[in-house]
Design a binder for this molecule. Sequence first.
Ligand SMILES: Nc1ncnc2c1ncn2[C@@H]1O[C@H](COP(=O)(O)OP(=O)(O)O)[C@@H](O)[C@H]1O
Ligand SMILES: [Mg+2]
Length: 595
Amino acid sequence: MLELKEVSFIIRKDGEEIPLIDRVSICVPKGHFMAIVGPSGCGKTTLLKTIAGLNPESSGSLFWDERNLSEDGDFSPSEIGYVPQFSIAYDPLTVDESVEAATRLRVRSRNLAELDSRIDRVLEETGLSPINDRKVKVLSGGQKRRLGLAMELVSDPKILLCDEVTSGLDPRSEREIVRLLHDLSRKDGRIVLAVTHSLAHLELYDSILVLHEGCLAFHGPPEQLTHYFSVHDTEEVYPRLATQPSERWQASWQKHSVFYQKMLTHNRERLVASGALQLPPSPPAPAPAPVGDESAVQPASLSVPIGPELPELPGFYSQFVTLLSRRWRIFFRDRGQVFLQLAILLCFPILVTLFSDKASGNIRRYSDTRQTDVFAEIQEQQSVRADQAKVGSAVSGIIMFQVVLLSLMGSNNSAREIAGERPIYEKEKFGGLRPSAYLASKVAFLACLVITQSLWMAFFVNFFGTFRGDFVQHAGFLLLVNASMTAICLAISALMRTAEQASLLSIYLVGFQLPLSGAVLALPEHIEAFTRPFISAYWAWSGSVEALQTQVLDAVKSVIDTGLSPQNACLFTLGAHIGVALVAAWAGACRPQWD
Ligand SMILES: Nc1ncnc2c1ncn2[C@@H]1O[C@H](COP(=O)(O)OP(=O)(O)O)[C@@H](O)[C@H]1O
Ligand SMILES: [Mg+2]
């Protein structure tokens, strides 16, 4: 049984406390199908999230069986299914693949046959078997809602919360979905709570809860709804609600609630007796509490342990592998994304080689034989210096160009990676996905991109204009700058609210790398000292320049104003950038971010 006792959810706005849910008390027995209705903005979604544990209740208590959810912790991920208003599946995947990934992420299966039978059963139950190989993006509204349900049913939740799963559907699909929800509540004593704006098909529910401005206005059998509100038709309930303030409805309900609860119990007994509702055998009843002993009402010893029948969550490695293989599948299915990655991979190094001609010029030395006259000697010195400067600035420029392009690739790799799928990730986290497995799958996926991009850039450019120095060190710094920018933008992606914000910030970050690196424009020293530690491009450029042979290094030093740093310092700083960014990404991934 699910029980809410005087549950409120209060927010603070401009120093004022606003109750979005105001002292709601209800009892929902096992095997019950309840609708939560009310005008738009009355708090239906907020109530559902409060029950799910996504909105921590400000006061009051929630009980699940004998367990006090407010004190003993929320539902375990396998106990509860939550179907939100938005789609929780990836468009490029098929129905089958979506349900399979959901199963692999939520349920530990002993073998493949067990996994397959679970998937087949859920597809069958939700009527998706005939279209199991269809891509999500071509599904109709009703089919998408069924898929959302299927992805929740994989763990056999004891309580299923559905938010507006019928909104925007044609009347026939709407009825089919309500019927499906009804049938789901008839199995294994599952409780199904469905938020709906629509007042159609109410007769299929066991009870209707009417909310008005966060207050409970009614909770009783559907056939009593019109009688309670003194209207002829259910469609008249909302206009009727608007005739009184919510406090009046709340007060009026408090007077009648006992009567209607009795009626609900009576209806339920009738259903069980007729066999229309089958309940699982109930656990032995706890000993009654002595009268007046308040502490004995909900003793901790009565907490129902998570039974062995609850499916176990898969381990870190299993979730990691599922996510990584799904990420690659989505990547290869998205032709635009693959094409863009290939175009960047090919074009950026070609662009660099177009400029590499001057950088490969020879550096002349002063001739050993002294010139015959002073004028000729000065002329030669100037000419040698001019040549040295040309080659030096070209070499430095080419290195910086590679560094900046790899930074750009890094931001393109990861800026949208988490922010672009945040609602789905939050949903999967609610279903038991470990943030560590999620982040590890992102790091593994991005590491493949980073390694391919950086090494290809280094080798391609080296092929057309050999790096005059330690190539391995140079390639290492290119790899590090791409990894650093990818990690930083991944952190931004994990911390920002929307994919647009994350993309914009990442692009600005890359845009400022070049001017703030000091390699092209000299900054005032006091500003440079402050900005430099944060500019990955500087450290990668400086490290690469330090890897040049002495003669070329001298040529570069002759044209740059800015100081170079020792290679170890460059290595350490870029490593620190990656480390700090990954910690920030981890913090962002752990932080709940539903809206
Ligand atoms: N976290 C929140 N902070 C501030 N206002 C909120 C929050 N969540 C919901 N609201 C507001 O509370 C009201 C009820 O929202 P909601 O539960 O989504 O309504 P419904 O689902 O009934 O349409 C709305 O006015 C909404 O803007
Ligand atoms: Mg809503």
